[in-house]
Design a protein. Structure first.
Length: 347
């Protein structure tokens, strides 16, 4: 009987690589625990692992007995609605302190009554007032922060609050880049995984047979562009279609399952992503996909028969939506070979 599939893409317990990010967040937690107030902005393309890292970081903060409310922002969500959601998550954490005997029920109810319809600044003030010197610190986690309405204004507002308070941290995730980053915001870029990180991951999850062959390992890593979610999805399909007595996942298995892989990705990811591009953006995507190599703004503009300005704008929009990535020397390419294949199959 074949063992359960170890590559489940939805499994948050196994994160590929990101050791540097774990260390950086430990330092971030140390500073907030010591009284500093900072903001951490996680940036990366879809599938780079922002959400999984947010959950892991939230768990790390909770282990230190810090408050760690987590929410996922909706498209065009306003700050007041965001604050209300954070309050609702925080309210349950405050009540946990009543159950453990740290806080009286009266103080907890007072906090809820005074904070329910207040601003983010009022929410934090009331938290300090409620716990006093026993306040353990708080990290607010907001996933998909770039979905928030007027997000750059909200980021500046959060920056101002952090500069006024102690033991306050914010961890925000975003796909798009921000034009202006306040001084107290630390950026954490989640770029593609290195090949050795993928190999370490394979060694960790495939402790017994089957193993993954060398040619298959190289092909999967290259075609996925080092994208963690994409790697897990492809490996999951390969494992699912492996026969019980087979001991090695080979390049032949990968080739034989390519239709299944592309069909799954088209439904689960690529179709929705591609539909988010405008007609002009799709033209640029097709140029980059067919090039099979990174292109500069100048090269892209020439092939699209456009001037440099409009071409640069389209590239920036595609990067913000997660279709493409910027590589060395200011050149752009589609974020993975498999997505390039999908685009080329669209004509």
């Amino acid at each position: 009987m074949k063992a359960p599939n170890p590559f489940a893409p939805w499994d948050e317990s196994t994160i590929i690589g990101r050791k540097e990010q774990f260390k950086a967040f430990e330092d971030f937690l140390e500073r907030v625990s010591a009284g500093d107030s900072r903001i951490l902005l996680l940036k990366g393309t879809p599938g780079s692992g922002k959400g999984m890292l947010m959950r892991r970081f939230q768990n790390d903060a909770s282990k230190r007995k810090m408050f760690a409310p987590y929410i996922k922002a909706s498209k065009n969500e306003k700050l007041d609605r965001l604050t209300k959601e954070l309050f609702q998550e925080l309210e349950s954490e405050v009540m946990d302190n009543v159950d453990s005997g740290v806080l009286s029920e009266g103080k907890a109810r007072s906090f809820s009554a005074q904070s329910r319809s207040g601003t983010l600044r009022i929410l934090i003030n009331n938290l300090w007032k409620t716990f006093g010197h026993s306040f353990p610190g708080i990290i607010f986690f907001v996933d998909d922060f770039d979905s928030v309405r007027k997000n750059e204004d909200v980021l500046r507002h959060i920056s101002n609050i952090a500069s006024e308070k102690r033991n306050i941290g914010f961890v925000l995730s975003a796909t798009r880049k921000f034009r202006r980053i306040p001084e107290n915001v630390e950026e954490m870029d989640l770029g593609p995984l290195e090949e050795y990180e993928f190999r370490d991951y394979l060694s960790k999850v495939l402790k017994k047979e089957p193993k993954m062959g060398e040619e298959c390992t190289k092909s999967v890593y290259k075609d996925c562009g080092g994208n963690p979610k994409l790697i897990k999805q492809v490996c999951w399909i390969l494992y699912e279609n492996l026969k019980e007595n087979e001991k090695v996942i080979t390049k032949a298995h990968y080739s034989a399952n390519m239709r299944n892989i592309m069909s799954f990705l088209s439904r689960d990811w690529f179709g929705k992503l591609y539909s988010s591009a405008s007609a002009q953006e799709k033209t640029i995507l097709k140029i980059l996909a067919r090039a099979n190599k990174p292109l500069s703004v100048k090269e892209t503009a020439r092939q699209a028969n456009k001037s440099m300005g409009p071409a640069a704008t389209l590239l920036l929009r595609l990067e913000a939506k997660g279709h493409i990535v910027k590589v060395k020397r200011g050149k752009y390419q589609v974020f993975s070979g498999l997505y390039s294949k999908f685009i080329k199959e669209r004509g």
